[in-house]
Each structure stands twice: as C-alpha cells, then as structure tokens.
Write a protein that binds this ligand. Structure first.
Ligand code: ZN
Length: 423
C-alpha cells in the first residue's frame, strides 16, 4: 500500500514536472557547419529518454548474444570450471603453507573462472582473516604486555610447521621475557637439542636451575642426557676416549641413568679395563638394574667357570638384592652352575610375591629341563609364560613405541628423552 502511494505521488510529480517543462518558453539550438537544428527542451528530453531505452535494449541483446556465443560452448565452459577449481585448490594449498600472497592471487583467478560459485569467495574470506590474524599477532608482539602471548602462538605454529630455525629464535625471545617459566625453558631446551646445540642447551639448563624453573632432579637427568648424547656421537665417530669421558660424566650427573653406565662399561670392556667397567656397572646396578647391565657384568670374566660366575653374581646382586632383575640374574646363573635349589628359591620368591614375568616362567622351564629332564613340566611353564606379565622394557611416553634398546630420541617419533623404563 505504501509502495503504491509512493508510485502515485512519483507519477503525479513526473507529470507536473513534464507539464512545467512544456510550458516553459524558449528553444534549444544545435549548430554544426551550415546545419542548424532547433527544438524545444521537451523534445530534447524525449530524445534523451528514447536514447537511454535503446542503449539498455542493446545491452540486453548483447548479453543474450553472449549466451549463444559459439566461443562459449559447453566444452569451453567445462574447461573454464576445471581451471577455476584447480586455481581454488592451489589457493587453499598456498594458504595452508602460510603464503597469503599466492593464496590471494589464486583466489582471484578462481573468482574469474567460477563467477557463480561460492568457493572463491570462501577462500578470499579465509585469506583476509589470516592476513588480519597475522597483523594482529605482530601488533601484540610489539607490546610488552602481550608479547609473550603473541610469541608463544607464533612459536607453537613454527613447531607445528617444523620450522625449527624460526622456532629457535622465537623461543629465545620468549625466554628472555619469561626466564622463570618451566614450559618455555623446556621448549627452548628441546629445540636446542633438536639443532644439536649442546652448549646452548646446557646454558638453558643452567638458567632453569638458577631460576628454579625445573626441579633439581630433572635438570640433573637432562644434563646427564646431554653428556650421554655427545658421548654416543663421539663413540660413533671413533673418538672413544671422549666418548668414555662423556659417558662417565653422564653417570656422575645422574647415577640412575643406566644407559650412560652401559656405554661407559662397553667402552671399558673393549679396552680390557674390567676393573673400572665393574665399578661402573656396580654403581648403576645399585640405582637402576637393567638386563643389559647384567649381560655386560657377565662378560667381565670370559674365562671363568659357571660356579665362579655364580659366586660373582651373588656378590653383585647384594647391591640391590630384592630387585626382580637381581633375582632373575641369580636364577639364570644358578641354573648354568647347576645350583638347582638356589635357582628355584629365587624364582619361587618372584611367584610368591606376585612379581613373576615372562622371563621368570622361561627360567622355570629351563630349570625343569636341565634339572629333571621333565619336558611336560617345562612345557607347562612355557605355556604360563605366554600369558605372564611382561618384563621391564623401554616405552616411549609420547608415541607408545617399545624399542628393544635405549636411544636418547625415540626411534619411532624422534621425541628427545621420550623413552622411559617400565617395570
Ligand atoms: Zn616415540
């Protein structure tokens, strides 16, 4: 109703305007060379209107013509769409890689080829949002109060994209702002380790210790791990003297870190220095008994008889007499020396205390075979071993991988210090 009223008023106004124009005296005169065209203003207005209408019709006609254009065949349209979608895909890829300039270029190309579709507009809006987000983060980074937030966000992104060079510089900038923050220091340490920057990593640990950002035991462990990693590197490159010093240094920093003792003992054994190797192994067994340390201990005296070896084992396990690894080592060696009651007693104790594992039942089976030649009893134990609790093993806290041997970086996910011994 309101619209109708508006049109009526508009019609009346146009009619009144036209009547007023017609009622005005005077002519319009156009002269060109000897020609002269004279007409009233109303005639000129009508010609103008007719000209506009003709132009409009011409445009409509041109558009209709374009749709039946032989150059715009279905095959051509399909090719254009394909090109547009390819541009769109390239645009999303560029955006994912953080190249907003390329993303924007592809989005614009896609928009030309896909004028009716929403995909290019969606990509454009994402590119714009990303540009705004980056600009905001840079603004925040410039202000002291918000710089930690911006730097941390940028650092997480750099880590996710595995751009460790950028991550390292961001982490250093962030540590300077928050030198007592445990999480940041740990992150900086991890990146430095990833780069093999051992001295820088060691300095970061010192900062963490000084600022009490990390527990003393954690600092000691990571410090030992740094020495161990350098020791392994030296060992691989044939610098055995340096490797030994570094492994011993690692054991000194963290006596419970058994792999360091293992490396030191292995090098000492290869140098026929059994006396020092034994001391290293004894120190480690006290703190953290591992099957691999036991193997090295048995290798110390290659020429001894099984009974002599059992005597040595009996002394050795006194360092940690109740540990499962001690009882398994004793049982294994007692079987070799045919000291059946001693072997049985150690294994029975593990069963009684509900600490029996796969290796416990395997040793039981071996005992039955060797002592009584009782194959049926042995097989019963082997069957039990199938469902028994697993023995101690390395386990990656990051990805769950369970490698046979220790490495500073998980062999599966590469996490530094990811492996822990699970009893
Ligand atoms: Zn892992």
């Amino acid at each position: 109703m309101t619209r109708l009223t508006f049109y009526i008023i508009l019609g009346v106004l146009i009619a009144l305007g036209a009547a007023w124009v017609v009622a005005q005296p005077g002519d319009m005169v156009l002269t060109w060379r000897s020609w002269e065209l004279r007409m009233s203003f109303a005639t000129l207005a009508i010609i103008g209107l007719l000209y506009s209408a003709a132009l409009w019709l011409l445009c409509r006609f041109w558009r209709a013509l374009r749709n039946v254009n032989p150059f715009n065949s279905p095959a051509r349209q399909a090719a254009r769409r394909r090109r547009g979608h390819a541009e769109l895909d390239r645009g999303w890829s560029a955006l994912a890689l953080g190249d907003e300039v390329a993303a924007l270029r592809h989005a614009r190309h896609a928009k030309v080829d896909l004028p009716e579709e929403n995909g290019p507009l969606l990509l454009l809006s994402h590119v714009e949002a990303e540009k705004r987000r980056v600009a905001i983060l840079e603004d925040l980074r410039a202000k002291p109060e918000t710089a930690p937030y911006a730097l941390n966000t940028l650092l997480d992104e750099a880590m996710e994209e595995e751009d460790y060079v950028l991550a390292l510089s961001l982490a250093r900038e962030l540590t300077a702002l928050a030198p007592t923050n445990r999480r940041i220091l740990k992150k900086l340490f991890d990146i430095e380790v990833h780069h093999g920057k051992w001295e820088a990593a060691s300095e970061t640990l010192k900062t963490a210790r000084r600022n009490k950002a990390l527990e003393a035991a954690e600092v000691a462990h990571l410090d030992a791990l740094l020495s161990y990693v350098q020791g392994v590197e030296a060992d691989v490159s044939g610098q055995r003297g340096d490797a030994l010093d570094l492994a011993l240094d690692a054991q000194k920093k963290d006596a419970s870190f058994a792999p360091a003792a293992q490396l030191a003992a292995r090098i000492l054994l290869s140098r026929k220095d059994g006396g020092r190797a034994r001391k290293v192994l004894e120190k480690a067994w006290k703190e953290h008994p591992l099957p691999e340390l036991a193997e090295l201990f048995l290798e110390l005296e290659p020429m001894e008889s099984p009974t002599e070896r059992l005597r040595r084992v009996q002394q050795f396990i006194k360092l940690n007499p109740d540990h499962r690894e001690s009882l398994l080592l004793l049982a294994g060696q007692a079987i070799e020396a045919q000291h059946w009651p001693e072997a049985r007693q150690a294994l029975d104790r593990l069963v009684k205390e509900d600490r029996a594992t796969v290796r416990t039942y395997n040793l039981f089976a071996r005992l039955e075979q060797k002592q009584k030649k009782d194959q049926i009893a042995a097989e019963k134990y082997l069957e039990k071993a199938l469902t028994a609790k697993r023995d101690g093993h390395w386990h990656c806290s990051e990805c769950g991988h369970q490698p046979r041997h220790y490495t500073a970086n998980c062999p599966d996910c590469d996490q530094f210090d990811g492996l822990e011994w699970v009893e």
